[in-house]
Design a protein around this ligand. Sequence first.
Ligand code: AMP
Ligand code: MG
Length: 323
Amino acid sequence: MITTDIKLAASFLTAGEVVAIPTETVYGLAGNIYNDAALERIFRIKKRPMTNPLIVHIPKLEAIDRIAKDIPEMAWKLGRQFWPGALTMVLPKQSHISGIVSAGKSTVAVRVPDHPVTQELLGMLNFPLAAPSANSSGYISPTTALHVYNDLNEKVPLILDGGPCNKGIESTILGFEDGEPVVYRMGSIPVEAIEKVTGKIRRKVSTSNVPIAPGMFDKHYAPHTPFVITDDIHKTLFSFAVKFEHIGLMIYGELPELTDHKTAIIFQLSLTGSMEEAAQRLYDGMHQLDAMELDLIIALRFPETALGNSLNDRLQRASFQHG
Ligand code: AMP
Ligand code: MG
């Protein structure tokens, strides 16, 4: 069931149910961090491997030391700068944080979401919410209540509708190793913006098809339709049009020349070429094209600066299953 009733969502969560919640990044599948049965249900519904930990969502920075310990001064500084917002920090966990949340690790991922509905919800609860993205493991992340409904409706008792997600891609994940910040996942906040506070940050994210650590570059965020990335829509369309009849294009900016293939379905991410707008619409584009039973989706690569890098990361993951 889809609702806009925040009190109803709070009562479900208090009763140990899981609820899909809006955030500014993507929709999350949330449960009480102190209720192991609810946490287990999150993994079961998503078919998420128990080895992949969840993010803890807290109402404000000041609540962080009930979740994490040995918090470096830099983490406080980043929290003050970026929270509420799409920065997730991985920190040593307090011992009472369930090993289900942390997938057995000694660390916990935590952030303050920047969404008025979920802020209000967190304010009504006397526990934080553990929430990974509200999609079946490996499938495209949801950025509307309808995306969640289409993927998980039979399995999720309640979906709290807070409108389309404002940022549209997942949070940037940052850890600390030997006191130094390390990026684990590129995301909604460009690494360059964080580096303005921290100085140069080491990146431990894989940008190729070769994972640097197990699980880091799993098939992820991927449509069922074969998905390729290109720098030249016209050329790629020309070469694939021989083999594939129904082709979808995910583009931004100027429309490509379609003389070879006038029947291609076009999803325009941003007419003005805005990276922020493209991020907002990226997963909706993937969902919509994936529902059209196309033979192939061709996506235009983004410029390799700031948010463009995070968007390219998501395109690459979407194409990964197909080599
Ligand atoms: P999702 O919200 O679906 O994007 O999933 C949460 C993300 O946070 C996953 O990519 C996890 O691997 C990552 N994560 C959560 N906890 C930790 C942790 N303790 N160390 C490293 N990554 C984490
Ligand atoms: Mg996810």
